[in-house]
Structure formats: C-alpha cells, structure tokens
Design a protein around this ligand. Sequence first.
Ligand SMILES: *Cc1c(COP(=O)(O)O)cnc(C)c1O
Length: 396
Amino acid sequence: MSDQNPVFIPGPTNIPDRLLSAMHVQTRDHRAPDFVKTFAPVLEGVKKVFKTTQGTVITFPSSGTGGWEASVTNTLSPGDTVLIARYGTFSHRWIDLCQRHKLNVRIIECDWGTGAPADKFAAELSGDSGHDIKAVLVTHNETATGVKSDIAAVRKAIDASNHPAMLFVDCVSSLGSMDFQFDNWKVDVAVSGSQKGFMLATGMAILCVSPKALAAMETATLPRTFFDFRDMMAANASGGFPYTPPLQLIYGLAESLKMLEEEGLENVFDRHFRLAEGVRRAVDAWGLKLVAQSPDLYSDSVSAIYVPEGFDSNVLTEHAFDAYGVSFGIGLGEMNGKAFRIGHLGSLTDVMVLSGLATIEMAMADLDYPITLGSGVAAAQDYFRSTNAVATKAAA
Ligand SMILES: *Cc1c(COP(=O)(O)O)cnc(C)c1O
C-alpha cells in the first residue's frame, strides 16, 4: 500500500508537503525572546479565517474535543442550562460532554440528515422568559451526516426572541473550508482544530472567543486548569504560553495561514464547493442518495452517502482500504453500516477527487453494487471540465 494515496476521510486531512516541511523543525526554546515573533502573528492571522476583529483567538495543545471542553468550562457553571439539537455524532458528543460537566442540557432531537432547527430554537428561547438558557450550542458542519447548518438563521432566532443566551459553534470541520463569519453571526465561542481545514497534523484546538463570553468567564465556576482561558490569555499577552506549546504545529499554522491567504479565502470556499459538487454529481450518477436531506444542507467538506438496501457500508470502506489502500469515512453512530463518507476538505484538487471517486467505484463494483463502473467519475469529469475556465475556453 502506498502512502502517496490521499485519504478521503473528513479529517484528519491530507497534509501538503509545504506544511509537512514547515512542521519539520528542530526543538526551539519557547521561552527564548524570538518565540513572541513567531506566535503573535499566528494568533492575528487566525482572526482573518474566523472573519473577526472583535474576537480573541485562543489555542490549546489538544484535539477539537478539548476545544468543546474549554468552551463550556470557561463560560458556564454547574447546573446552567444549555440548548442544543442532536442530529449526528458530533452534536451528540458535545451533548454528552455538557452532561458530564453537570450542565442542564435541553436537547432537541432531530432526524439525522437535517441541521440545526432555528425555528425550534426560537420557540424554546421565546418560552424561556426567565432566561435560564445560558448558551445555544450548534455544530456548524455535522461531519457524521454531511450536513451544514445555517448559523445566521440561529443567530436570527436568538435575536428575534430577545434572548441574552450566548451562541457557541463547533466549526471544526467547516473553518477554512466553508464560509464562517464570527463577527456577523455574533458567535460567542467558536471551536475548531488544526487537522481539517488548516491541513495540519492533529494536536491544536483553535478557538475564537467574544467579549461577551469573556465577561461570562469572570463568574463561571466550572473547574478548569489546563483549558483555562485566563491563563492562556495572560501568557499570550506577552507572547508566551502557560506551559509547553506545540511548537511544530505553530510553525505549521503560520504556513497554513499563508497558503489560505495566497489562494484567497473566498477562492478556498469556491474550490470546496466545486469539489463537493463533483462528488454530488457522482453520487447522483450512481443512483445513490446523500444523507443530507436537501441541497441547502449539503456540506462542502464531507458527503455522507447511503449504501443501497442489503449492503453494509463497513464492508465497503474496509474493502476499499484492503484492495486499493484508500481510506473513506465510515458511517458513524446511527449511520454505522448504512452510509459511507467521502471527505473532500483541505488540500485537494480535481485530480485527487477523481481518484477517490474512481477508487470507491471499483470497490462498489467488486462488491456487486448496482452501479455502472465509470458513471460517477464521468459525471464529475463533466462537471469539472465545464467549470474549468481554461478547459471551457479551449473547447470554444
Ligand atoms: C473532527 C470534529 C471534531 C473534533 O474531533 P477531535 O477528534 O477531537 O479533533 C469536533 N466536531 C466536529 C464537527 C468534527 O468534525
């Protein structure tokens, strides 16, 4: 099996050589005076990706899950009420984390394949005249189902109810791949990580925190030590870190920000849409169905695809790996066995996506899926050619 094959899991994503090189650095002293010059511009640069001037960027050596924990423990107290909808594995895991922290979690159960129900949030918030609900928690991109939620609509629901609840958003699998507007959507805590849109190794939780959330921090009593915003902010203010920083990831993040800026953030989003649309055309040509229930919910970073009745998606992903050395996302939670996922975020091109589509097609054909070999690839090829400026000019 070749390690040159890209992965088609929705994170961790393929690491471009340029970022591997950037992370390939010898140990340096994070207490040396030049660490300030390395770290401070990175925190500033990340703000552009969150589209914020108001927010404070806070990082921790952790995966995204630690970011969830930091969001909750820094701003809330035991017994506080939070409002959250469950529509996939990741929203479920955030609920579980809140419950284990002894929060009072009001859960809205939704069909998997749907997204954050702004109307139901509005109803809950309007009915909460005592303002018990301290925060509304939303997973922007539900990676288990390939569903993107409308955060602007959730913000509208909160504002329309005249409710002071904070808005926390998990954007781990959307930031740097799909549009995210921290300031415009008045997000209070956004949680992301290094290993998806930033195309880096896993190991850094990347958060953005509003002044309102920082004010809530002053009276919040959930215990926190490693993930304490105050310690991190105090150390960062002088360019330092409260403990040993993940230096290689910080170097990588500096380079990742350069790559995103060179391509242009809006171009990065357009590329993700185009690649995702190529995958969706292939799914359609195979005669298969996405888990996401309608086009407004389609994620541009991952597609979850139902296998036909009578087939097991775990057998398919295992076979693709065994036979062709390529990883696709398995079906998570309720989708286990029923759906597989194609991750299409981070460092990816038309050529790479076509290789993934060709591979999963071979795997499906091997297992006697009722699909026509080449049909999905051809549909994606048509779409990619017709949306490639140089190709359409040559054809004219
Ligand atoms: C990947 C991911 C996370 C974080 O998972 P970790 O494995 O802890 O990095 C959180 N939420 C979503 C939506 C994700 O896709």
